[in-house]
Design a protein around this ligand. Structure first.
Ligand code: ARG
Length: 466
């Protein structure tokens, strides 16, 4: 069945091209949206007196029957073939209710139809993505609360820098993902307008009440320009950007945890369920879950790039190129949602080894800055203090020792003011973190506040998924 047979001579089709151009195998995912939009549109045609009340009733019953058929069979599409989902629904409707089905597409085009369905789809997927983010946020908070006293060696350049609370570290990812939610909300707000009634490009000549249609389909408003809305896929790119950003954040978290879970670091240990072994080396426990998340980030970035490239340079208005939006969109969203769910499970189930973090903090001289700051308090210029502590560290490094193994006399040769107090500071990462008592800093008092705020933010989000 074709929606456009009349203009063409029969028997001249190329089956390879037919396969090349079909989108049913991809857009059949939109079937329930297609039925939903069709049902609302049939009512709109009734209100515009294009269809009689009887015809509206028949078509609606037919569409409901298809809906039931599809919902009751997981593999409804298995033996079906059609150019696209819109063609399939129309053909099926004719089988259901007879020739009156041929009135279904009065005054509408697949161009405004597919744009409407895709917007409905992404609005619903945005709320799924938000739930998936909430799941990860919940896992981050859980670990932050469970390990609230743990001190992590903070890194810059992946070199030991200053001690930070492990909870503070986890909350950094909470912030990143919180911004991602904001981006999803922005995308939702812009995508929330109705294309139906735009026709193929110019606007339908039938008196379809678009405002009412928008309300029925749950759109905030009607699109102002029919040319724009039938060829606009900004919302696809925007959502894929939000997904690419989420995946970029996940890939950073994954990379951290890959590093932190190596035996050389040993800060965290993945649950067995999220690691795999080696077929050759019996001792191996590989963080494949995290590596796959990191790898899949590349795929979602690629999906964003292909959507931008698809739109670039398209002449006004609809072009068939736009059909390529869906494989990118579906895969980008699925990959992101699945990655979020797995990341949440990895985080929730990982074991945290505070004692390994503590040992690494001592080995890395992470309190050095605070020793220098104490000298400043005693009137030593910072540059001088910096130099003295730097020399002390070099001296310790040469003999493979930490601050704990430093003798007072030995220290005084480099830092004349060395004494009990400076020694205590050097040996206490706890006092180091307490000093960063600025809004947004890593001091326990600040982090407690951040945790409480995070809990409040989490409660305002859609329920996490498991
Ligand atoms: N399958 C197409 C798409 O996904 C919709 C059909 C529009 N086709 C057309 N020839 N106007 O974009």
């Amino acid at each position: 069945m074709k929606l456009w047979g009349g203009r063409f001579s029969s028997g001249k089709r190329d089956s390879d091209f037919e396969r090349f151009s079909e989108s049913f195998s991809v857009d059949r995912r939109l079937v329930l949206y297609d039925l939903q939009v069709n049902r609302a549109y049939v009512r709109a045609l009734g209100a515009a007196r294009v269809l009689s009340a009887r015809e509206v009733g028949t078509l609606t019953r037919g569409l409901d029957a298809i809906c039931q058929y599809v919902e009751s069979r997981a593999n409804w599409a298995q033996r079906e073939a059609a150019e696209d989902i819109h063609t399939w629904v129309e053909g099926r409707l004719e089988r259901e209710v007879g020739p009156v089905a041929r009135k279904l597409r009065t005054g509408r085009s697949r161009n405004d139809l597919v744009a409407t369905e895709t917007r409905l789809y992404i609005k619903s997927e945005i709320s799924n993505l938000k739930s998936a983010i909430a799941t990860l946020l919940e896992a981050l908070l859980l670990q932050a609360c469970k390990n609230s006293p743990a001190i992590l060696p903070g890194f810059t350049h992946l070199q030991p820098a200053q001690p930070i609370l492990f909870a503070h570290y986890l909350l950094a990812y909470f912030e990143m993902l919180g911004r991602d939610i904001g981006r999803l909300d922005d995308c939702h707000a812009r995508a929330d307008e109705l294309p139906m009634g735009a026709g193929a490009l110019a606007g339908t000549p039938y008196r379809v009440d678009r405002a009412r249609l928008a309300k029925e389909l749950g759109f905030a408003r009607v699109a102002r320009n029919s040319l724009d809305v039938t060829s606009d896929r900004d919302f696809v790119c925007e959502l894929l950007f939000a997904c690419a950003m989420i995946m970029t954040h996940l890939s950073r978290l994954a990379e951290d945890l890959v590093i932190y879970s190596t035996p050389s670091f040993g800060f965290v240990e993945l649950a067995d369920a999220y690691a795999t072994g080696s077929s050759l080396m019996p001792q191996k426990k590989n963080p494949d879950s995290l590596e796959l998340i990191r790898g899949k980030a590349a795929r979602v970035v690629g999906r964003l790039m292909s959507s931008l490239a698809m739109l670039k340079g398209l002449p006004m208005a609809y072009n068939r190129d736009l059909q390529e939006d869906k494989p990118a969109l579906f895969d980008g969203i699925d990959t992101t949602r699945e990655s979020l769910v797995i990341a949440a499970r990895v985080v929730r189930t990982m074991r945290v080894h505070a004692e390994r973090m503590q040992a690494a903090t001592a080995r890395g001289y992470l309190t050095a800055t605070h020793v220098a700051d104490e000298l400043v308090r005693r009137g030593v210029p910072f540059a001088t203090a910096h130099e003295q502590v730097g020399r002390l560290v070099r001296h310790l490094e040469e003999r493979g020792a930490t601050f704990a193994e430093l003798g007072d006399r030995e220290a005084r040769e480099i830092i004349p003011a060395w004494g009990v107090r400076l020694r205590a500071i050097a040996l206490s990462p706890e006092s180091s973190v307490r000093r960063s008592n600025v809004l947004g800093g890593t001091a326990p008092a600040q982090v407690r506040r951040q945790l409480r705020a995070a809990e409040r933010r989490l409660r305002a989000l859609p329920r996490p998924v498991r």
